[in-house]
Design a protein around this ligand. Structure first.
Ligand code: FEO
Length: 394
């Protein structure tokens, strides 16, 4: 994508990665992504905010050429992760006069990862400002969105917040601003669930920190920009602060049909009691969809057969991931089956210490489920329904 003018002397100069389908060898990208970089010209100084993922560095450098940028005074590194900072060496080589601006922690991480000379840096403290001439950058330290070194950059006169990953979405799209709110909500929620949810307490602090800033535009470093910033601010408030809904998330695997039969029965039973259930077959599911569902779920029911005395490896992976994402679920349990013995329930319970959830009695059947097992699932559905009611979630 060629440079695009946001306002006079403010340009988007980053890259759209239409075809990328996996991030960090972990996160599915069904809609690609973008690495947004912004050029700001003041009357005296020129600043570049964030760079791009290294394989797309030529897009950024060509865009700067197309704008006739022969001199950059400051390259702002809001975040040290390589999708935004990975072109640091090439940008500083092309503009050797530029100072790299970063928090002290970010400076250290950039030196560690990219072996940039220490004298290239100028570190900035929280709320420190930098004058460009008629335009002022203010740096807001915002640790743990989602690394410890992160900061946001606020352009005062234009009331634009450049928050890097915060409020971003993995979405390759030609629209400069959000125009399809439904599409953006889904992409931003997926992004929040995968990247930000483990840091919910810190996200709250950082939302509080920016609440008094006048913001006309939020310009993140992934996905389209927000010219109606209340849309994404309200969404974040809801994901971070709201109680979970009357929702059960049920990730499961079935090998020979016993666990699948139990899952189908429990889903039906809960649904008849007015509980929303989101069922995920871990053999085929997009883990981003599972992560999104975890944002709002009050209860997590994990379904597994027993394999080599423990849970199915895909279930172990999902349990490990769920523990790492730290969703706000209040209740959790396990259903499943075994042939001759095993410790699947104990092993799953040991994998989810981060969940602040009450563990409900599991339902485990030997072989194919029978009448007593269905009765136990009815009882579990009753327990979940009454726990949700007791917590005021219906
Ligand atoms: Fe988009 Fe944390 O990097």
């Amino acid at each position: 994508m060629k440079p695009r003018e946001m306002k006079k002397d403010i340009y988007c100069v980053g890259a759209i990665d239409w075809d990328r389908r996996l991030f960090d060898s972990l996160i599915p990208l069904p809609d690609g992504t973008s690495y947004n970089s912004y050029l700001i010209r003041g009357s005296n100084k020129t600043a570049l905010i964030d760079t791009v993922n290294p394989p797309m560095k030529d897009v950024l450098l060509n865009n700067l050429d197309q704008l006739g940028v022969s001199h950059i005074d400051y390259v702002i590194f809001n975040h040290a992760e390589p999708d935004h900072s990975g072109s640091i060496r090439e940008v500083l080589a092309k503009y050797p006069e530029a100072k790299a601006i970063a928090t002290p922690k970010c400076k250290g991480m950039l030196i560690d990862r990219f072996m940039v000379a220490e004298e290239k840096f100028k570190t900035v403290e929280d709320k420190e400002t930098l004058a460009l001439g008629g335009r002022t950058l203010e740096f807001i330290h915002a640790p743990w969105v989602h690394w410890p070194e992160t900061m946001l950059t606020y352009l005062r006169e234009d009331r634009i917040l450049f928050p890097c990953d915060f409020f971003g979405s993995h979405l390759a799209i030609t629209d400069m601003y959000v125009r399809d709110a439904g599409q953006e909500y889904e992409a931003a929620k997926r992004y929040y669930a995968e990247i930000m949810m483990p840091f919910q307490a810190q996200i709250q602090k950082n939302l509080e920190k920016i609440k008094d800033y006048a913001i006309d535009i939020i310009a993140p470093s992934h996905g389209p920009m927000h010219d109606k910033p209340q849309f994404i601010l309200k969404a974040y408030h809801s994901w971070v602060y709201d109680e979970p809904g009357n929702i059960v998330v049920l990730p499961y695997i079935s090998m020979h049909g016993s666990t699948r039969k139990m899952v189908a029965y429990l889903v039906e039973t809960l649904s008849r009691r007015g509980v929303t259930v989101k069922q995920f077959d871990l053999a085929v599911t997009d883990i981003g969809k599972l992560a999104m569902a975890l944002v709002d779920a009050a209860t997590i029911v994990i379904g597994t057969p027993t394999v080599l005395t423990g849970p199915h490896p895909n279930v172990a992976y999902a349990a490990f991931l769920t523990n790492a994402l730290k969703p706000k679920a209040k209740f959790a349990t396990v259903i499943g089956s075994y042939g001759w013995g095993g410790k699947a329930v104990e092993q799953i319970a040991a994998m989810i210490p981060n969940l602040k959830a009450e563990i409900l009695p599991p339902v485990i059947t030997k072989g194919f489920p029978r009448e007593a097992d269905f009765q136990a699932l009815d009882n579990l559905a009753d327990t979940i329904t009454s726990k949700h009611k007791g917590a005021g979630l219906t």
